[in-house]
Design a protein around this ligand. Structure first.
Ligand code: RFL
Ligand code: PHB
Length: 403
């Protein structure tokens, strides 16, 4: 089989890329390890920033998001039992975020793919990349017990943190940065009433808590826990007690509770592979970088990476120029590093740290007070939370990557 762009992974990165390419008349084949039911049912991200909202509308998959998503103009930061609203729209020049779950985005993108008359090859096994430093890279895989080969002009590695694409870049060339956190997030889905009209990010000496939502009857909340903790240690009662303790306000507000129907613990990591391109292989989204979820940036970065990639590929097929493709890593990394910075900043700002001395805890509280009350602070949070723009221009003389 032959295609112009072979896409590994049907997550947000791979599916958005396929749709962007289709709009440019560029052919692609998507290979996905899991089943359609699996990718359409996995609970992950909740918040889409303005940049992603715009991309989904541009590629014609924004209708259901616009109808069913919950658009938020602000969020709350809580500390010392006091809740302060950040007017995201006001301090970002009119931008918003939407609560629209990742699996709904996936459902919309898969439908759009089939509406285009194109397929997704699900349940593939043993995906390997070959000849990526030539003009005819290949992807080999197994499907229904048969060995298959896909010959491509380009390969888009959209296969998440654990996929094979990034590892196909030779070790001697690949430049990576990894930071692990000792904290994890315990996430629940509960049949309960919405806790608030907008998301609540709560700092508390017992640990961070985040109150999010999915629908009027289904809520998504998170607790900071030890990354190595086991979910069996967390009874439903313990979870609600802890959520209530960390989010109750000095004026007596308490979280509405209800039956918990799913719970799990995720680890937090900040990771960047600065080598986002090697030969004819381009990696995007979690395959190239991951962030702790505190800034709600992972899916959003995936969307902007593939926006850059699709523009580079369109330029190549239309004019033969490699200009944007050659600058793919550089253009993406400018935004990736800033989103990594924001995600790490939000994590430090909001999570408790038992190793802090009283001075460091004082500084954390002063930071929370500053960022939620001074115009410069509010603007910083708002601009980053709704998503920074892609910076396309050349940056001669400016060192963007680390040495
Ligand atoms: P994905 O979603 O991991 O998709 C990769 C796909 O590649 C497939 N794959 C393979 N296919 C073929 N062969 C192989 N060998 C393969 N290996 C893997 C996988 O099966 C999968 O289908 O990566 P992508 O597309 O880069 O998208 C990244 C996002 O999924 C991720 O960044 C977000 O979920 C992060 N995230 C959030 N991002 C936001 O922008 N806003 C949020 O509010 C937000 N909240 C979150 C989050 C992530 C969370 N967890 C679960 C880590 C909340 C949580 C709890
Ligand atoms: C979510 O609703 O899953 C969510 C919201 C905001 C975040 C992370 C996750 O920062």
């Amino acid at each position: 089989m032959r295609t112009q762009v072979g896409i590994i992974g049907a997550g947000p990165a791979g599916l958005i890329l396929a749709q962007l390419l289709h709009q440019q008349g560029i052919d692609s084949v998507i290979l996905e390890r899991k089943s359609r039911d699996n990718i359409e049912g996995t609970v992950k991200a909740g918040i889409l920033e303005q940049t992603t909202i715009d991309i989904l509308r541009e590629i014609g998959v924004g209708d259901r998001m616009d109808r069913e998503g919950h658009f938020h103009n602000g969020n709350y930061f809580q500390f010392n039992g006091q809740r302060r609203r950040i007017d995201l729209k006001k301090y970002s020049g009119g931008k918003q975020v939407v609560v629209y779950p990742q699996h709904e985005v996936i459902i919309d993108l898969v439908n759009a793919r089939y509406k285009n008359g194109k397929d997704i090859i699900f349940d593939v096994e043993d995906v390997t990349l070959h000849d990526i430093d030539t003009n005819q890279p290949k992807i080999r895989y197994r499907k229904n017990g048969m060995d298959e080969e896909l010959i491509c002009d380009f390969i888009a590695g959209c296969d998440g943190y654990h996929g094979p694409s990034r590892k196909a870049i030779p070790d001697s060339i690949r430049k990576e940065h990894l930071h692990m956190y000792k904290d994890g997030w315990l996430g629940i889905l509960s049949d309960s009433a919405p806790a608030a009209d907008e998301l609540v990010y709560a700092n508390h000496s017992s640990g961070f808590a985040l109150l999010s939502t999915r629908t009027p009857i289904l809520q998504r909340h998170y607790l900071q826990v030890d990354a190595n903790d086991d979910i069996v240690n967390w009874s439903d009662d313990r979870i609600w007690t802890e959520l209530n303790q960390r989010t109750k306000t000095y004026d007596g507000w308490q979280i509405p509770d209800g039956p918990i129907n799913s719970k799990g613990i995720i680890q937090m990591r900040s990771f960047i592979c600065e080598t986002m391109q090697y030969g004819r292989l381009f990696i995007a989204g979690d395959a190239a970088h991951t962030v702790p979820p505190t800034g709600a940036k992972g899916l959003n970065l995936a969307a902007t990476d593939v926006k850059v990639m699709s523009r580079g590929l369109a330029e190549f097929y239309q004019t033969g120029s490699n200009d944007i493709l050659n600058r793919y890593s550089e253009i993406c990394l400018r935004r990736v590093w800033k989103a990594e910075r924001f995600s790490s900043f939000m994590t430090k700002l909001l999570h408790s740290n038992p190793n802090y001395d009283s001075f460091e805890r004082g500084i954390q509280l002063a930071d929370l007070d500053y960022y939620t009350s001074y115009e410069a602070g509010l603007r910083t949070i708002a601009e980053n939370y709704v998503g920074l723009p892609i910076e396309w221009e050349k940056t001669e003389g400016l060192q963007l990557t680390t040495k």
